[in-house]
Design a protein around this ligand. Sequence first.
Ligand SMILES: Cc1cc2nc3c(=O)[nH]c(=O)nc-3n(C[C@H](O)[C@H](O)[C@H](O)COP(=O)(O)O)c2cc1C
Length: 211
Amino acid sequence: MTSEILKQLHWRYACKKFDPSYILSEEKLALLKESFNLTATSYGLQPLKMVVISNPKIKEDLVSKTMGQAQVKDCSHLMVLCTETKLDAAFIEGYFQNVQQTRNTPEKVLAPFKEFLKADFKSKSPEFIDTWMAKQAYIALGNLLTVCALQQIDACPIEGFDASQYDTYLNLTELGLQSVLVLAVGQRDQSDVFAGMQKVRRGVDEVVIEL
Ligand SMILES: Cc1cc2nc3c(=O)[nH]c(=O)nc-3n(C[C@H](O)[C@H](O)[C@H](O)COP(=O)(O)O)c2cc1C
C-alpha cells in the first residue's frame, strides 16, 4: 500500500501538455467534485466553491488570462478554486444551520461556539480573512492533487493566472466569489517531455527534522 501511494506520487507531475482529445469520465469528475467537498477546512466553514469548466470557448479565452499557458485549453476540465468575497455573520449562521440539520445538534449546544466564531471573524481585517480563506483553497488543491495521483488523472496546479481577469470574465464577483487557484485536469499528451523527468526535491533528510 505504502509503495503504491509513493509510486503514484512519483507518477504525477505538473502536466505541461494535455492530450486535447481526452475527456475525463463522469465518474472521475464526480470523484473530484466529492473530494473537493470532503476537503478539511479550518472550523469546517468551507468558504470555498469550485467552478468546473469544460466549455472549449471558455477554456480557450482563459489562455490569455493565464500567462499564455496552453494547459487551460488543452485539459479536459479546468477547475477554478474560489473563496467567498466576504465571510460574514450570515455565512457563519448558515454553517451552523447545516450542523444543526445534519447532526440534529440542539441550538443551545452550538450557540457558544457560533457566537465565538462570529465575534472572532468580526474582529479580523478583510485582508486577514481573505488570506485565511485562500489557505483553505490551497488545502483543497493539495487534496485534489493527491486524489488525481491515486486515480491516474493528470493535473497541473496553476497559480500563474490573473485572478481579477478571471473574476470578471467568469462573472465570479456577481456570484460573491473570487478566484484563488486553477487546476487543469485530463490526460498527459505523449509528447510532454516533462512526464519523464526526474523529480527535483530537496530530499527527506533535508526537509524533515526529527526531534
Ligand atoms: C500552488 C502551485 C502553483 C503552481 N503554478 C503553476 C503554474 O502556474 N504553471 C505551471 O506550469 N506549474 C505550476 N505549478 C507546478 C509546480 O511548478 C510543480 O508542482 C513543481 O515544480 C514540482 O513539480 P511536480 O509537480 O512536477 O512534481 C504550481 C504548483 C503549485 C503547488
